[in-house]
Design a protein around this ligand. Sequence first.
Ligand SMILES: C[S@@+](CC[C@H](N)C(=O)[O-])C[C@H]1O[C@@H](n2cnc3c(N)ncnc32)[C@H](O)[C@@H]1O
Length: 377
Amino acid sequence: MNRAICREALVTAGLLREPWLRQAFDTVDREAFVPAAVWLDVLDEEGRWTFVDRDEDPEAWRRAVWNPYRSVITQLNDGAVARGPSAGDFTSSVSAPDIVMRKLQHLDLRVNARVLEIGYGSGYHTALLCERVGEERVVAVEVDEEVARTGASQLAAAGYEPELIVGDGLCGAPGGGPFDRVINTAALRRVPYAWIEQSRRSGVILTPFGTAYSNAGLLKLRVDGTGTRAQGRFVGESSYMWIRSQRPTVDLRVPEASTSRSSPVDPAQVLGLGHLQDFAIGLQVPDVSYSHQGEGPARRVQFVDEAGTSATIVRYGDWWAQDAVRCWGPRDVWAEVTAAYTWYELQGRPHLTRFGITAGQDGQFAWLDEPGRLVGS
Ligand SMILES: C[S@@+](CC[C@H](N)C(=O)[O-])C[C@H]1O[C@@H](n2cnc3c(N)ncnc32)[C@H](O)[C@@H]1O
């Protein structure tokens, strides 16, 4: 795997149609932005992420760098893991070339645009932006100090000097706007008003978007004429690591007492049918997450709300039994999830690109086809 093969794969996928993207891909050397020690999103036999050191295995490292479809992981657990094969959460990466190019195509970036990038990480994507609009029109924010230091030095070594801010990208770049484009490179659940405020009227905000239930959509919002609201549809799929302060976490503190009932539907129909269905259900129950436990006849799924006050466990093997669903706390989370599933079925299982979000100062809401048609209603 090398640069030429990666290029061909991107061309074949229609992702280098725009001349500036071809030129930027050819000019910015991805190898200059990938550290020597990285992880791959490939598990080894012991269930740990594969570790690659360029000095020990330059070929494997180069294959990883130029894989068109895979990101290269540069940090696990916010930097708690130094080196070597390891389990852990991905907390920084050099995103895969195909999603980088896909997003840049959606961004519709004009030469004179002023751009805000959130999560500059290695700086590779920042360098591509600089190639298009010039470094003086790019502002990039990274939350992790160590990652930011590495990214800044890689950018400087490659000859790019955009404005770099170390801090929480959810605050944008106060005083740095107005921006024509805001491009986020980590998944979020709530669109920050700061990005709308710092955007120009008609500006575009492009961000991976998910819910506690599912992390799957690429959202393209356009700021309206008042400059106080942004609205738009999902334009495709994306799977990014979470923006740091919006990672779904649960501190479970449900009461001991529970109630039992049967389920009206096989959980395998509601879960297990793919990420697009999960995405649509998640838009309706955005604060609910689930995890599976057990195998075979003992298999069950647990749902919890983000406040940690309600939980429901549903058994797969005999979901029709009188006690297959057990609920703790004030919310019957399984009833909410099945209602969301029913709504999705009744709408004819709409594709992700029919959904949209409207965001403003007072929060956000999700809709189907048009802003007046709220999800779940
Ligand atoms: C998937 S990496 C993207 C790196 C790079 N932009 C790319 O596309 O190759 C996401 C980056 O977002 C950063 N990040 C997470 N939360 C952030 C926040 N609140 N503000 C700024 N950066 C954040 C992470 O530290 C990580 O470096």
